[in-house]
Design a protein around this ligand. Structure first.
Ligand SMILES: Cc1cc2nc3c(=O)[nH]c(=O)nc-3n(C[C@H](O)[C@H](O)[C@H](O)COP(=O)(O)O)c2cc1C
Length: 257
């Protein structure tokens, strides 16, 4: 894990690649491991419990702003011969260069979760979950890196999402996508309502790579990086803002799902 010490950057930005989709949510069901996340823990004062709400909020915002955001980058392709690692390396360079993030990687190629969900996972499944669940639970924010498969996102990505519940709650999720003509944008738009059901907040700004294979050279460097670099900065700025705000809010009042 890389660690940076600078504060998050709650800076507004305007670069845009994709639009946000609205979602409605029904009754929450949380299958998976039963592992609780940090999303509903509270270390601060709540309105009505002593400290004035304004003071509690100000103090939570300050505390949140001086603590690096733990971001988990979820690499959503596990295909043999996948292109994903090239885009992942590009993304990780940007996250590490951006102030205020501590980054961890959840690479689905390193995890073999069964597609049959269980409330009583076998020992071998628990061993696989142990590679993922603690990283998701510890994260303040996520970046999901997804290719597009048949106008949507890969099955292993849906599987890891479904194996978890509270680990996603009240946390921001940004997307980097890649693919053929569509640049993975349809995969991203399919992910938004899924993650809304899991009480996550998806970030408007995205980075997408159309015909991704042609955009990077043999060393993994982007051939014409200016627009992608600007899009990455805009996305990371927004992710940092949402992580800062949501983390502070949870200190003042635990998130209830
Ligand atoms: C099963 C499959 C389906 C695909 N479907 C689409 C698609 O619908 N739209 C698109 O733009 N690209 C599509 N592609 C191209 C992939 O997005 C592209 O090859 C990408 O690099 C795959 O990511 P990966 O190499 O990390 O697995 C598809 C590729 C595969 C393997």
């Amino acid at each position: 894990m890389d660690t940076t010490t600078a504060v998050p950057a709650p800076v507004a930005s305007t670069a845009s690649v994709a639009t946000n989709a609205s979602s409605t949510s029904g009754t929450a069901v949380a299958p998976g491991t039963g592992t609780s996340s940090g999303s509903s823990t509270s270390s601060g004062a709540s309105p009505g419990t002593g400290a004035s709400p304004d003071t509690a909020v100000a103090s939570a915002l300050t505390a949140s702003a001086t603590t690096p955001v733990k971001v988990a980058v979820v690499v959503g392709s596990n295909r043999e011969g996948r292109f994903g690692p090239v885009v992942a390396a590009w993304l990780l360079r940007h996250v590490r260069d951006h102030a205020g993030f501590e980054v961890d990687v959840v690479d689905l190629a390193d995890v073999d979760l069964p597609t049959s969900l269980s409330y009583r996972p076998s020992e071998s499944t628990r061993a696989e979950l142990a590679k993922v669940t603690p990283k998701l639970a510890a994260a303040d924010a996520f970046i999901v890196l997804t290719p597009e498969y048949n106008h949507s996102y890969p099955a292993p990505l849906k599987n890891v999402i479904d194996w978890h519940g509270p680990e996603w709650h009240a946390k921001p999720v940004a997307f980097v996508s890649y693919g053929g003509l569509s640049g993975g944008l349809r995969a991203v738009e399919h992910l938004r309502p899924v993650l809304a059901e899991l009480h996550a907040v998806t970030i408007r700004e995205t980075v997408s790579f159309h015909n991704a294979g042609a955009l990077f050279d043999e060393d993994g460097a982007h051939r014409d990086p200016e627009a992608a670099d600007a899009a990455a900065k805009a996305m990371l700025d927004q992710l940092a803002w949402w992580a800062w705000a949501l983390r502070a809010a949870k200190r003042v009042r635990p998130y209830e799902s």
